[in-house]
Design a protein around this ligand. Structure first.
Ligand code: 48H
Length: 260
């Protein structure tokens, strides 16, 4: 065999094994933003089989760009244990006790590395275009390559089945939206629908991101900005403690769900 063939066949074989092993998982996570990456690591460390499907080539979601492309973000004291778990460094902000800055590229790369090394598998450039719904139950995800989605090619998708789904799609709550629009079910919100994100109010948004991390329909959880959008929370700008703590809370809720 030539080296050219060896390289190609090794890649095809390894990727195929990886995908085949994750066509049935315990938890299917949509989106590889900060909240989802924390949830994925926590669950994987507990021995839960987790796969993340991320539309973009690079996972990490909105972390890379910091605030307006100034590649630093802020976290508050309560989130420091999570940064420590991932080995992410931070500096105190002298004029605001309890707040810290950190390099957003270090944060994004460490979150990805931490999730993968804990055992979560990330499938990048894969878009979730629909949800598997059996009767009244969430049963998994419908996936396709992002280039197929972007080019509008008429190519049928594949499916991943799972015991539950975590929507980590950020501001638009894409998966929860699909469930409401297509399965026509009522969510665990005051109106039964997505309430919609509100304007910026940092303290309120940070607190509500964690509070709103919930099971919105049996077997369907939301974390991060998706949770805030579902329950009508305020946005908070480039402070990420709420996202990290939301991921940790989501993992705890899902663990309880799986143990039921
Ligand atoms: C596959 C998908 C799909 C899909 C979306 O937005 P994210 O960074 O996620 P969070 O909620 O963990 O973090 C939010 C944070 O980045 C943020 O935006 C903040 C703090 N904003 C505050 C403010 O005031 O604006 O990442 C979501 C990820 C992205 O990478 C998407 O590409 C991905 O989900 N995604 N992947 N299939 N259908 N939809």
């Amino acid at each position: 065999m030539s080296i050219e063939s060896i390289i190609s066949s090794a890649i095809v074989r390894q990727f195929s094994d990886k995908l085949l092993n994750h066509l049935e998982v315990d938890v299917a996570i949509v989106g590889g933003g900060p909240s989802a990456l924390v949830a994925a690591r926590d669950l994987a460390l507990k021995g839960v089989k987790v796969a993340i499907f991320e539309r973009k080539l690079a996972p990490g979601g909105g972390t890379w760009g910091g605030g307006m492309l100034f590649n630093e973000v802020v976290v508050q004291t309560e989130a420091l244990p999570i940064l420590d778990d991932f080995g992410i460094r931070y500096l105190p902000i002298p004029e605001a006790e309890g707040y810290f800055t950190l390099d957003s590229v270090e944060m994004a790369s460490a979150l990805i590395y931490g999730a993968v090394h804990a055992g979560a598998k990330i499938f990048n450039s894969v878009s979730v275009e629909d949800i598997v719904f059996k009767g009244e139950n969430v049963g998994g995800l419908v996936i396709n390559w992002t280039p197929v989605e972007r080019l509008g090619m008429h190519v049928d998708p594949l499916t991943v089945t799972s015991k539950c789904v975590l929507d980590g799609t950020g501001h638009p709550s894409e998966v929860v939206r699909m469930v409401v629009n297509k399965a026509k079910v009522k969510l665990n919100t005051p109106t039964g629908d997505i309430l919609g994100e509100r304007p910026m109010w940092v303290d309120s948004g940070e607190a509500s991101t964690v509070l709103n991390t919930l099971e919105y329909y049996p077997g369907l959880f939301a974390c991060g900005m998706s949770a805030n959008n579902c329950m009508g929370g305020y946005r908070m700008g480039p402070i990420f403690g709420g996202m990290l703590m939301s991921g940790r809370k989501a993992a705890g809720l899902i663990e309880t769900f799986l143990n039921k």
